[in-house]
Design a protein around this ligand. Sequence first.
Ligand code: THU
Length: 137
Amino acid sequence: MTENKTTSRSLALAAIEAMKKSYSPYSSFTVGAALLTKDGKVYTGANIENASYTPTICAERNAIFTAVHAGEREFEAIAIVGGHKGEITGVTVPCGVCRQVMSEFCSPDFKVILVTSPEGDFEETTLGELLPYTFKL
Ligand code: THU
């Protein structure tokens, strides 16, 4: 197994672990994310919902904002996993708002790892594929 594949799988497993911290009593859809910095640090996040619905934060933005607040600005990859009540039955792709937030800090070759199984199997895509024609000021 190449080193890249090993890194992607361990990031996938970190996202699965992060998903366990999801607070999602309204949708019962749990999401976890694990964000890898260019110098090898990992920041995780889970979705946290709210009775008023719109204040809900997605797992991806939770991880990204935590990392940025810790002083990080350079990112390599993010692993994302989700499922109804924690059951992983297929890929969970990042919502449009999270894609836009990724584009603030990440280049088009930023790797997006979509977890497909509880064992940490995954598919890979890039931010450039998920969000072409990015809005920038
Ligand atoms: N959710 C995420 O955490 N990330 C996404 O990219 C899509 C949606 C969360 C928000 C909400 O808590 C639940 O999934 C259902 O939309």
